[in-house]
Design a protein around this ligand. Structure first.
Ligand code: JF5
Length: 234
């Protein structure tokens, strides 16, 4: 068990089943079973007030598609104990881009509420007055916020103390160092004519460390120069 209370994560969605398997398996399933993460899923439709459990309506001003009504969102979130003190995150392509820094910030919180929109969008009053944060996982449009919320849960959960067994792997990994990871190899040393870099089987640990540092830098320069400090003039 976590000495500290578990991080509480509430997910609000019209597809609660979407989260069942990923929250039960592997790292997340183990972390929940060990009491490190208290994750709960809420059906937004339980907070609709009409017989048909309607959560969407036509946009004011016209146009294609439907907009999620504000009332079920406010009712669903306000029904969550402690909601006022929680970071209330609306997943939307219009949000702040998720990166490792934001994941670290969210992992330090006691309570997250992740709000998954569908249809063409969510009434802006939800974004302005109910959410504390709007987060995007990247510049593409999903059918709904569920997949994005799962990305946030996974990125956050593995930063919760005790969830990942080997704390050293958290320290060493890509984005904590600010560079892409170096390449990894395991047995066999030759597979279908493809070898592995000699230095890795040399037993020279100083050389191996230097090679890994250089490979990480080379890859970052080639693939993600935006991660490197800006080159100075002159
Ligand atoms: C969504 C209205 C939410 O498409 C996304 C998304 C993309 N990056 N990050 C989130 O969320 C679903 C679609 C339309 C609100």
């Amino acid at each position: 068990m976590r000495g500290a209370p578990p991080i509480r994560i509430d997910l609000v969605t019209i597809f609660p089943e979407y989260f069942e398997v990923p929250l039960a398996l592997s790292l997340l399933g183990r972390a929940r079973a060990r009491g490190l993460i208290d994750a709960r899923v809420h059906d937004l439709r339980d907070h609709a007030t009409d017989r048909h459990r309607t959560v969407d309506d036509e946009p004011f001003g016209g146009g294609p598609g439907m907009v999620m009504k504000p009332e079920p969102w406010f009712a669903a979130v306000e029904a969550i104990p402690g909601w006022r003190a929680a970071r209330r995150v609306l997943l939307t392509p219009a949000g702040r881009r998720l990166d490792q820094g934001l994941a670290e910030d969210l992992a330090r919180q006691a309570h997250l509420i992740l709000m998954c929109g569908r249809y063409e969008g969510v009434d802006e009053r939800v974004a302005d007055h109910l959410a504390t944060d709007q987060v995007s996982i990247g510049d593409y449009v999903l059918a709904g916020g569920e997949a994005a919320a799962l990305v946030v849960v996974e990125a956050v959960a593995r930063l919760v103390p005790g969830v990942v067994g080997d704390e050293a792997s958290l320290q060493e990994e890509s984005f904590t160092t600010g560079l892409l990871d170096f390449p990894h190899y395991t047995r066999p040393a030759e597979f279908r004519g493809m070898g592995v870099p000699e230095v890795l089987v040399s037993g020279n640990h100083a050389e191996i460390e230097r090679w890994r540092r250089e490979e990480a830098a080379r890859r970052t320069r080639a693939r993600r120069p935006d991660l490197l400090p800006p080159l100075s003039a002159g």
